[in-house]
Design a protein. Structure first.
Length: 337
């Protein structure tokens, strides 16, 4: 077999192995500088839409060169194997915001209903790397799951998995946007897939129209400082800064993250349920009374949220979020009888 044939065969086999390990979508991109994406990222950072140095995500200003060029993270890198793993769980059916407010239940973003995706995907990517190491006769590289300066959505698009929608999420035709992303950046020369060039958002603006805080103030752009997820996850401490306090009435029942711009997206009508039991909903996370979160001490917090991405926030931060949701619930009940 020619060198080109071996390369093509190995590329097909690594993608097949990724699917056997439970990933739902996989593609390959050439490891190179993300020039177009770099210009957009720089403009976004310069505009302070991540909150700037005084905000909750100052790390976005750091490691710019590594963020836009995988060869800065993995010297000698030739390929990026991008994977997507659905996390959609259909049970329990998410409460409408009004129902959650009426019942005094906090809403948690679907991605945090089950086990921490960092751990689950890292485990599967480690197995995929071991397989590639053996199949290629020796591979160098690293696995990444939202834990280093890697532009996950950009690489998924370059690898042909999907497109970045108007809500700034990675959208796929087969699984919608309820997917986790990860990568192997390796020094193995694999055959790249065609980038996903189409934009299937069309004239739809449902996500922009639905955002209660106007964080999506223009298509394909997000002002993170107005995003519910930013304030309920990234902002630490027992009290919010002034801007968040002004927006907090619009957070409704959300206490960790927000799915509004995904829930209204027509492409999520086609989303398939996860096959991994670790991403199924934990009742103690998906439907917990607001009072419980406000009364929880550190030990109870750690016990309840073992292996959960909710541990990213603190007991103080969760109590703050729950207290705000409770205030919103009281206001809703007063207005709606």
């Amino acid at each position: 077999m020619t060198a080109s044939g071996v390369r093509s065969c190995l590329s097909r086999e690594v993608k097949a192995q990724a699917l056997r390990l439970g990933f739902d979508l996989v593609g390959i991109a050439r490891a190179e500088r993300l020039d177009a994406e770099a210009r957009r990222l720089e403009a976004w950072l310069d505009a302070g839409r991540h909150g700037g140095e005084a905000g909750a995500m100052p790390w976005m200003d750091q490691n710019f060169d590594k963020r836009i060029d995988p060869r800065e993270l993995v010297p000698g890198a030739k390929s990026v194997v991008s994977v997507a793993h659905t996390y959609l769980a259909h049970a329990p059916e998410p409460l409408a915001d009004a129902d959650a407010l009426a019942r005094g239940v906090g809403k948690v973003s679907r991605y945090a209903w089950g086990d921490d995706y960092h751990d689950v995907l890292k485990e599967k990517l480690a197995e995929l790397f071991d397989w590639l190491d053996t199949a290629s006769g020796g591979a160098g590289g690293r696995a990444f799951v939202d834990s280093a300066p890697v532009m996950d959505k950009a690489w998924a698009q370059r690898a042909g998995i999907g497109w970045i929608g108007k809500n700034t999420n990675l959208l796929t035709r087969s699984h919608g946007s309820f997917v986790f992303l990860g990568e192997l950046i390796v020094d193995v020369d694999l055959e790249p897939d065609d980038p996903f060039a189409a934009d299937h958002c069309g004239s739809c603006t449902r996500c922009l129209d639905a955002c209660p805080t106007d964080a999506l103030d223009q298509p394909y752009q997000i002002d993170a400082t107005r995003c519910i997820s930013y304030h309920t996850i990234e902002q630490r401490g027992a009290a919010w800064p002034p801007q968040a306090q002004e927006l907090a009435k619009e957070f409704g029942p959300w206490i960790f993250g927000c799915d509004i711009c995904q829930d209204v997206c027509p492409w999520n009508k086609f989303a398939r349920e996860t096959r991994d039991a670790r991403f199924q909903a934990r009742p103690e996370v998906a439907e917990t009374p607001l009072a419980t979160w406000q009364e929880m001490d550190l030990e109870a917090f750690r016990q309840r949220l073992r292996k959960s991405p909710l541990k990213r926030t603190t007991p103080e931060g969760m109590a703050r979020n729950a207290a705000n949701a409770e205030a919103n619930a009281r206001r809703w009940r007063e207005q709606n009888g």
